[in-house]
Design a protein around this ligand. Structure first.
Ligand code: GUN
Ligand code: ZN
Length: 440
């Protein structure tokens, strides 16, 4: 039986390792081919090389897709996003806690309806693929059907996705709150149905400390202890009002992070969104346990939460991933996230390079999610999730890039000026999942 295979031809850029923070990438950390090719066999990358080296090796009759003039990269990754908040992006004028009550919770209530959940999941995935994102770690709502709908849609599209049911048993509308242990049992049913199936994985999702009782957090810790290959996602130290509220609710804890530590929620597969208001010692504690902070710049700017000090995390040995945090975030696009990250960094005197930016969006995020041997890089054996960028997507981008003389300059200008129009095509698991020219 002949394998399903094809060649994608064109310029390609990939990270092989962390390129560092300087404007010259560390030796061996990147690969750029001017006339390259990716040979895909049955959804995986079989070889990556110069086109001329691969052209003759392919079996006769195999398809070659010509992306000459474009730029291929690994599919983008978003380490923290709420699919159930797409409809409330850009809701005016509130900080975190009011924003949750006024906009977020009402929107999430609608996900009790299976038809709404399933239509929203499809819309969200259409949108993700349109912006070149092929993997995300996703918050659903408290309703199990919101998770079933999301995973079904992702499975049909053969996407690698991580998602979980929000757990909340207090301080939220009744329609969204779990029975304390019932919510955990629902999570266990979802784990049994979805975790490890095809390209899907489950992430335990206590929303944040204020909306779970000690009993619920403890039960989540118990599930994680028994199944250490599960992920965990929550929020941490995003907003000063939130930090003060946690101190009131958990007076026995020495700080916000301590609440999660007490219940065994801080591990190598734990992602803590935001982590803005942390000191060095808390960053060290997170680092020691191998957890990561999801840096969500457009959300942090939009909600006025603060400036995440990325290099302070690095100095503490703490991994950071990069995320949109839609609907707090103002862009689902990795480009939007990178532009926000650059701006936050500029205000802190730590401007992000194009190398580091695209590393974070691809292999860096893959590594933070323990997927760095499968996605995030264009290498043999990796899954064929690929984004094809168009340097001529708009007259302005085209003109600006024509003025750039080095790859560093081109990548940086593309990072700062790119948007959804820059994504010409998205491939997932070796299949064309979005084509800008054919899209309506
Ligand atoms: N903290 C608790 N829930 C949320 C949420 O939905 N979005 C953000 N940005 N922060 C949160
Ligand atoms: Zn969030």
């Amino acid at each position: 039986m002949s394998a399903n295979q094809r060649l994608l031809r064109g310029p390609l850029f990939t990270c092989l390792d962390d390129p560092g923070e300087e404007n010259t990438p560390l030796t061996g950390s990147i690969r750029y081919l001017e006339d390259g090719a990716i040979w895909i066999v049955d959804g995986r990358i079989h070889a990556v090389d110069d086109y001329q080296a691969l052209a003759g090796a392919l079996p006769a009759g195999s398809e070659t897709v010509d992306y000459t003039g474009k730029l291929m990269m690994p599919g983008f990754i978003d380490s923290h996003v709420h699919y159930v908040q797409l409809d409330i992006m850009a809701s005016y004028g509130r900080e975190l806690l009011d924003w949750l009550n006024d906009y977020t919770f009402p929107a999430e209530c609608r996900f009790a309806d299976p038809a709404h959940a399933s239509a929203s999941a499809e819309r969200f995935l259409d949108e993700l693929l349109r912006v070149g994102t092929t993997t995300a770690q996703v918050f659903c709502s408290s309703h199990p059907v919101s998770v079933d709908s999301f995973f079904s849609a992702a499975q049909r599209r053969q996407l690698r996705m991580i998602a979980g049911k929000v757990l909340m048993d207090r301080h939220a509308p009744e329609a969204l709150t779990d029975d304390t242990l019932g919510g955990v049992r629902d999570s266990e049913r979802l784990i049994a149905d979805w975790h490890g199936r095809d390209r899907l994985a489950y992430t335990l999702t206590p929303r944040f400390a204020p909306t779970s009782t000690r009993e619920q957090l403890d039960a989540v810790g118990g599930v994680l202890r028994n199944a250490p290959d599960l992920y965990l996602q929550t929020h941490l130290s995003e907003n000063r009002g939130e930090v003060a509220w946690v101190a009131e609710l958990f007076p026995e804890s020495r700080d916000y992070l301590d609440v999660y530590e007490r219940y065994g929620l801080v591990g190598p597969r734990s992602t803590f969104a935001h982590g803005i208001h942390l000191d060095h010692e808390q960053r060290r504690r997170l680092a020691t346990r191998g957890a990561n902070i999801a840096f969500c710049p457009t959300s942090n700017l939009f909600l006025g939460s603060g400036l995440m000090d990325r290099l302070a995390c690095r100095d503490a040995g703490l991994a950071t991933s990069l995320a949109s945090d839609v609907g707090g975030g103002t862009s689902l696009s990795g480009f939007g996230t990178l532009q926000g990250a650059y701006q936050v960094g500029a205000l802190l005197g730590q401007p992000l390079t194009g190398w580091q930016g695209f590393y974070r969006l691809t292999l860096g995020n893959a590594r933070a999610l323990h997927l760095g041997d499968r996605i995030g890089s264009l290498q043999p054996g990796f899954e064929a999730d690929i984004v094809v960028l168009d340097p001529n997507a708009t007259p302005l981008l085209s003109r600006r890039l024509s003025q750039a003389t080095t790859l560093a300059e081109r990548l940086f200008a593309m990072m700062m000026l790119g948007d959804d129009r820059t994504v010409a095509a998205t491939w997932a698991n070796g299949r064309l999942a979005h084509d800008r020219e054919r899209a309506t």
